[in-house]
Write a protein that binds this ligand. Structure first.
Ligand code: NAD
Length: 447
């Protein structure tokens, strides 16, 4: 009798697999913005496809996922476990007000060497950027030339939707996803026009000043049933009207701001300090960056958008309200300086002042000579593939399980979003396990 009860308990605790539609046909990955990140992402996928090189840094392609107990020794690659679209099935597209195509974008930003671009140059050149919905008011340092000549914002949204449909038909795509790889827009707060879908649509028709180009892309994507992930700190997928729209249309959204470079380091180190109950007095972060992104962020109104996104991280990880003795008095400063000689090869310094037993101070210094787009490109791939999976799995609204990739993640409910990279990783993998009908791994078994 006991045995039957135990068996029933075990059966009922195993999650029911979701009914996920197969990843058949082509997946179109559209990037508003065809600059350093987008072109590096495209080039890496084309190279992996042509030469079979491993897509380094991509969790969806390279990470294994443990299933069941440790003794079972079941640990497939994520891409073999979850029904993700294959790299061969991806078609690329996008919009840009400056770059004509992916090859020109890659050569201009100078991230990749000619020896990597030459073998894929004709394919890259064939990925032509569509004319953008762009307004210099939001990105003062850029002069857009390849811009739709349409003044009314509602008409701009309709034009983007027409672009999406032509891309879908011309490329024979079964499904599409959109990942924002465009510039960081000037700082703004949400306003009345962002409250509801109806208010936003009226605002589009009235050319409301508070509606930015990136918001028009999100609206067009969701109305076209295209999942949207926001790689910049812009206010877009995190607006009430967009959350409402994603839920009513049954389309996933995720945001915001790719977690690369300095913030990646922060979300690696801060959870470790907290796990060992070491105190933090201050964290000073400064960067030099010489690419177009750095130039855009040199404008104070655009830097403020980025600063807000970067500053939130420590507070949520360290929970100063719960740990006032350790984290109640932290000076957190973030600076970005535009320094052209470095190009895309950012250098980020962190001076971290910590304290331990009996209050004695200690210091940590980090000098991270990273390559921004090299860190961001695999995130674009993973977000695109996982957002497509979520859509086929019938998910809509905020995809909190993808916080792993994002600097200022959106939460589904009222609670603060999780910022600790390792908790985010667990959530990502457990979500995949549950969707596929496997039990979550809690590491609670003894031994
Ligand atoms: N590289 C990283 O590590 C990283 C990390 C986090 C966030 N980001 C964000 O990702 C975005 C892309 O970064 P990047 O290094 O490729 O910058 P980039 O300047 O090289 O590329 C951005 C492109 O967006 C285009 N653009 C601007 N407004 C647009 C619009 N309305 N529609 C379509 N295109 C538009 C620009 O012309 C430019 O070509 C930036 O917002 C950046 O802040 C990058």
């Amino acid at each position: 009798m006991l045995c039957i009860a135990y068996l029933l308990l075990m059966t009922s605790s195993a999650p029911q697999a979701l009914d996920i539609k197969p990843a058949s046909g082509k997946l179109g990955v559209l990037t508003p913005g065809m600059g350093a990140v987008a072109s590096t992402f495209i080039a890496g996928v084309l190279q992996a496809r042509a030469e079979g090189k491993p897509p380094l840094g991509s969790v969806s392609q390279m990470a294994h996922i443990r299933l069941g107990s440790k003794e079972e020794n079941r640990s497939p690659l994520i891409k073999d476990f979850a029904p993700l679209a294959g790299l061969d099935d991806i078609v690329f597209g996008g919009w840009d007000p400056i770059s004509a195509n992916a090859l020109e974008a890659a050569r201009t930003c100078g991230v990749l060497e000619e020896r990597d671009l030459a073998p894929i140059s004709s394919e890259m050149e064939g990925i032509v950027a569509m004319e953008a919905v762009f307004d210099q008011k939001w990105v003062s340092r850029l002069e857009g030339t390849r811009v739709k000549k349409i003044d009314n914002k509602w008409d701009q949204a309709m034009a983007l939707m027409a672009d999406i449909e032509s891309f879908r038909t011309e490329n024979g795509c079964d499904r599409l996803v959109m990942v924002w790889c465009g510039s960081t827009e000037a700082f703004q707060e949400a306003s009345a026009v962002h409250e509801t879908i109806a208010a936003f649509e009226q605002g589009l028709k009235d050319n409301d000043d508070n509606i930015s180009p990136s918001q028009i892309y999100v609206y067009a994507a969701l109305q076209s049933d295209v999942p949207f992930a926001n790689g910049a700190p812009n206010l877009s997928t995190d607006l009430p009207c967009m959350i409402e729209l994603s839920n009513t249309r049954g389309v996933p959204i995720a945001g915001k701001d790719f977690k690369t470079g300095q913030t990646l380091m922060k979300t690696l180190i801060a959870p470790g300090l907290k796990a060992r109950m070491l105190g933090l007095r201050g964290w000073y972060s400064t960067n030099i960056l010489g690419n177009r992104d750095g130039e855009v962020l040199d404008a104070p109104e655009n830097f403020k958008t980025k600063e807000e996104s970067k500053l939130g991280v420590l507070h949520t990880i360290l929970q100063p309200d719960t740990y006032p003795d350790l984290y109640g008095n932290v000076d957190h400063v973030v600076r970005i300086n535009y320094y052209p000689p470095r190009g895309d090869n950012k250098e980020g310094w962190d001076a971290i002042d910590i304290f331990g037993w009996m209050g004695y101070p200690m210091q940590i210094k980090i000098d991270f000579l990273c390559r921004d787009s090299i860190l961001a490109a695999p995130i674009v791939l993973d977000l695109a593939l996982f957002m497509d999976l979520a859509h086929r799995a019938g998910q809509s609204g905020v995809q909190e399980w993808l916080s792993f990739y994002l600097k200022a993640p959106q939460a589904r409910g009222e609670a603060d979003p999780e910022q600790d990279l390792f908790i985010q990783q667990t959530k990502l993998k457990n979500t995949l396990r549950e969707w596929m009908g496997e039990s979550p791994v809690t590491h609670s078994e003894a031994g």
